[in-house]
Write a protein that binds this ligand. Structure first.
Ligand SMILES: [Fe+2]
Ligand SMILES: [Fe+2]
Length: 201
Protein backbone atom coordinates (compact mmCIF):
# COMPACT_ATOMS: atom_id res chain seq x y z
CA UNK A 1 0.00 0.00 0.00
CA UNK A 2 1.32 3.52 -0.82
CA UNK A 3 2.84 5.15 2.28
CA UNK A 4 0.86 8.38 1.71
CA UNK A 5 -2.38 6.47 2.11
CA UNK A 6 -1.23 4.55 5.13
CA UNK A 7 -0.37 7.88 6.77
CA UNK A 8 -3.56 9.60 5.64
CA UNK A 9 -6.17 7.16 6.93
CA UNK A 10 -6.87 7.07 10.67
CA UNK A 11 -7.61 3.35 10.75
CA UNK A 12 -6.99 0.09 8.88
CA UNK A 13 -9.71 -2.16 7.48
CA UNK A 14 -10.74 -4.64 10.19
CA UNK A 15 -9.72 -8.27 9.53
CA UNK A 16 -13.36 -9.33 10.06
CA UNK A 17 -14.36 -7.29 6.99
CA UNK A 18 -11.60 -8.90 4.86
CA UNK A 19 -12.75 -12.41 5.90
CA UNK A 20 -16.38 -11.54 5.10
CA UNK A 21 -15.40 -10.09 1.70
CA UNK A 22 -13.37 -13.17 0.72
CA UNK A 23 -16.38 -15.36 1.44
CA UNK A 24 -18.68 -13.13 -0.60
CA UNK A 25 -16.75 -12.31 -3.75
CA UNK A 26 -19.81 -12.02 -6.06
CA UNK A 27 -21.43 -9.53 -3.61
CA UNK A 28 -18.13 -7.67 -3.32
CA UNK A 29 -17.71 -7.38 -7.08
CA UNK A 30 -21.33 -6.39 -7.56
CA UNK A 31 -21.03 -3.52 -5.10
CA UNK A 32 -17.61 -2.66 -6.50
CA UNK A 33 -19.14 -2.22 -9.99
CA UNK A 34 -21.70 0.14 -8.50
CA UNK A 35 -18.94 2.09 -6.72
CA UNK A 36 -17.03 2.61 -9.97
CA UNK A 37 -20.21 3.88 -11.67
CA UNK A 38 -20.90 6.23 -8.75
CA UNK A 39 -17.28 7.46 -8.84
CA UNK A 40 -17.76 8.40 -12.52
CA UNK A 41 -21.06 10.10 -11.76
CA UNK A 42 -19.57 12.04 -8.82
CA UNK A 43 -16.76 13.29 -11.08
CA UNK A 44 -19.32 14.48 -13.65
CA UNK A 45 -21.25 16.19 -10.85
CA UNK A 46 -18.27 18.50 -10.17
CA UNK A 47 -18.26 19.60 -13.83
CA UNK A 48 -21.98 20.42 -13.76
CA UNK A 49 -21.79 22.23 -10.45
CA UNK A 50 -18.57 24.23 -10.98
CA UNK A 51 -18.35 24.87 -14.74
CA UNK A 52 -16.14 27.96 -14.19
CA UNK A 53 -13.36 25.99 -12.52
CA UNK A 54 -11.49 24.91 -15.63
CA UNK A 55 -8.68 22.87 -14.05
CA UNK A 56 -11.17 21.01 -11.86
CA UNK A 57 -13.48 20.34 -14.82
CA UNK A 58 -10.59 19.00 -16.93
CA UNK A 59 -9.39 16.71 -14.17
CA UNK A 60 -12.91 15.45 -13.37
CA UNK A 61 -13.65 14.77 -17.02
CA UNK A 62 -10.59 12.51 -17.24
CA UNK A 63 -11.44 10.95 -13.90
CA UNK A 64 -15.01 10.15 -15.02
CA UNK A 65 -13.65 8.36 -18.10
CA UNK A 66 -11.19 6.36 -16.03
CA UNK A 67 -13.86 5.34 -13.49
CA UNK A 68 -16.20 4.30 -16.31
CA UNK A 69 -13.42 2.17 -17.72
CA UNK A 70 -13.07 0.51 -14.28
CA UNK A 71 -16.84 0.00 -14.28
CA UNK A 72 -16.65 -1.77 -17.63
CA UNK A 73 -13.80 -3.98 -16.40
CA UNK A 74 -15.68 -5.04 -13.24
CA UNK A 75 -18.85 -5.68 -15.24
CA UNK A 76 -16.91 -7.96 -17.52
CA UNK A 77 -15.77 -10.01 -14.51
CA UNK A 78 -19.36 -10.09 -13.19
CA UNK A 79 -20.58 -11.31 -16.55
CA UNK A 80 -18.00 -14.11 -16.59
CA UNK A 81 -19.21 -15.10 -13.09
CA UNK A 82 -22.85 -14.98 -14.25
CA UNK A 83 -23.71 -12.29 -11.70
CA UNK A 84 -26.39 -9.91 -13.04
CA UNK A 85 -25.63 -6.21 -12.60
CA UNK A 86 -28.26 -4.29 -10.67
CA UNK A 87 -28.37 -0.87 -9.14
CA UNK A 88 -27.82 -0.84 -5.36
CA UNK A 89 -28.84 1.89 -2.92
CA UNK A 90 -26.19 4.10 -1.28
CA UNK A 91 -24.11 2.35 1.39
CA UNK A 92 -24.01 3.57 5.00
CA UNK A 93 -20.43 4.71 4.35
CA UNK A 94 -21.13 6.94 1.36
CA UNK A 95 -24.48 8.07 2.76
CA UNK A 96 -23.01 9.30 6.08
CA UNK A 97 -20.03 10.98 4.45
CA UNK A 98 -22.29 12.79 1.99
CA UNK A 99 -24.57 13.85 4.84
CA UNK A 100 -21.60 15.51 6.56
CA UNK A 101 -21.03 17.78 3.51
CA UNK A 102 -22.04 21.34 4.47
CA UNK A 103 -24.64 22.88 2.13
CA UNK A 104 -23.14 26.39 1.62
CA UNK A 105 -20.23 27.30 -0.65
CA UNK A 106 -17.28 27.27 -0.46
CA UNK A 107 -17.63 24.71 2.37
CA UNK A 108 -19.60 22.38 0.12
CA UNK A 109 -16.85 22.13 -2.49
CA UNK A 110 -14.18 21.65 0.17
CA UNK A 111 -16.15 18.88 1.89
CA UNK A 112 -17.03 17.14 -1.38
CA UNK A 113 -13.35 17.10 -2.40
CA UNK A 114 -12.20 15.83 1.01
CA UNK A 115 -14.89 13.12 0.94
CA UNK A 116 -13.67 12.20 -2.56
CA UNK A 117 -10.10 11.90 -1.24
CA UNK A 118 -11.27 9.73 1.66
CA UNK A 119 -13.28 7.37 -0.54
CA UNK A 120 -10.39 6.97 -3.00
CA UNK A 121 -7.89 6.41 -0.18
CA UNK A 122 -10.11 3.84 1.50
CA UNK A 123 -10.72 2.04 -1.80
CA UNK A 124 -6.97 1.82 -2.32
CA UNK A 125 -6.44 0.53 1.23
CA UNK A 126 -9.20 -2.10 0.79
CA UNK A 127 -7.73 -3.33 -2.50
CA UNK A 128 -4.36 -3.70 -0.76
CA UNK A 129 -5.98 -5.59 2.15
CA UNK A 130 -7.79 -7.95 -0.24
CA UNK A 131 -5.02 -8.70 -2.76
CA UNK A 132 -3.11 -11.32 -0.68
CA UNK A 133 -6.33 -13.34 -0.21
CA UNK A 134 -7.76 -13.30 -3.74
CA UNK A 135 -7.54 -15.73 -6.66
CA UNK A 136 -4.56 -14.77 -8.89
CA UNK A 137 -6.50 -13.11 -11.71
CA UNK A 138 -8.62 -10.94 -9.43
CA UNK A 139 -5.55 -10.13 -7.30
CA UNK A 140 -3.74 -8.84 -10.40
CA UNK A 141 -6.74 -6.73 -11.43
CA UNK A 142 -7.11 -5.24 -7.93
CA UNK A 143 -3.39 -4.47 -7.74
CA UNK A 144 -3.77 -2.38 -10.89
CA UNK A 145 -6.81 -0.54 -9.51
CA UNK A 146 -4.99 0.16 -6.26
CA UNK A 147 -2.48 2.33 -8.14
CA UNK A 148 -5.27 4.28 -9.89
CA UNK A 149 -7.15 4.95 -6.67
CA UNK A 150 -3.93 6.17 -5.01
CA UNK A 151 -3.54 8.68 -7.85
CA UNK A 152 -7.18 9.79 -7.55
CA UNK A 153 -6.69 10.28 -3.81
CA UNK A 154 -3.75 12.64 -4.43
CA UNK A 155 -5.72 14.57 -7.05
CA UNK A 156 -8.78 15.06 -4.83
CA UNK A 157 -6.61 16.18 -1.94
CA UNK A 158 -4.67 18.61 -4.16
CA UNK A 159 -7.86 20.24 -5.42
CA UNK A 160 -9.27 20.40 -1.88
CA UNK A 161 -6.16 22.35 -0.83
CA UNK A 162 -6.00 24.75 -3.74
CA UNK A 163 -9.59 25.34 -4.93
CA UNK A 164 -11.04 26.43 -1.62
CA UNK A 165 -8.55 29.14 -0.54
CA UNK A 166 -8.64 28.19 3.14
CA UNK A 167 -5.71 28.74 5.46
CA UNK A 168 -3.84 25.58 6.48
CA UNK A 169 -5.24 25.48 10.01
CA UNK A 170 -8.86 25.65 8.84
CA UNK A 171 -8.19 23.05 6.15
CA UNK A 172 -6.47 20.68 8.58
CA UNK A 173 -9.26 21.05 11.14
CA UNK A 174 -11.97 20.10 8.65
CA UNK A 175 -9.87 17.27 7.25
CA UNK A 176 -9.39 15.87 10.77
CA UNK A 177 -13.17 15.95 11.43
CA UNK A 178 -14.04 14.09 8.25
CA UNK A 179 -11.21 11.58 8.73
CA UNK A 180 -12.53 10.82 12.20
CA UNK A 181 -16.06 10.24 10.86
CA UNK A 182 -14.65 7.98 8.14
CA UNK A 183 -12.68 5.90 10.66
CA UNK A 184 -15.80 5.50 12.82
CA UNK A 185 -17.74 4.16 9.84
CA UNK A 186 -14.95 1.69 9.04
CA UNK A 187 -14.79 0.40 12.64
CA UNK A 188 -18.45 0.26 13.65
CA UNK A 189 -20.40 -2.97 12.93
CA UNK A 190 -22.48 -2.64 9.79
CA UNK A 191 -25.64 -4.67 9.10
CA UNK A 192 -25.08 -4.44 5.35
CA UNK A 193 -22.02 -5.87 3.59
CA UNK A 194 -20.57 -3.47 1.03
CA UNK A 195 -17.22 -2.56 -0.50
CA UNK A 196 -16.91 0.23 2.10
CA UNK A 197 -18.88 -1.33 4.98
CA UNK A 198 -17.79 -1.72 8.59
CA UNK A 199 -17.12 -5.16 10.09
CA UNK A 200 -20.12 -7.53 9.98
CA UNK A 201 -22.55 -7.34 12.93
FE1 LIG B 1 -12.04 3.40 -9.89
FE1 LIG C 1 -11.09 6.27 -8.23
Amino acid sequence: MPAAIEQFLDTRTPDAWVREACGRLPDLLHDHANCELKAASTALGFIYRYPGKAALADRMSRLAREELRHFEQVRKILKAMDVPFEHVSASRYAGRLRKAVRPREPERLLDMLIVGALIEARSCERFAALVPHLPAELAAFYSGLLASEARHFEQYLDFARRECALDDAAFDARLAELKELEATLINSPDPQFRFHSGPPV
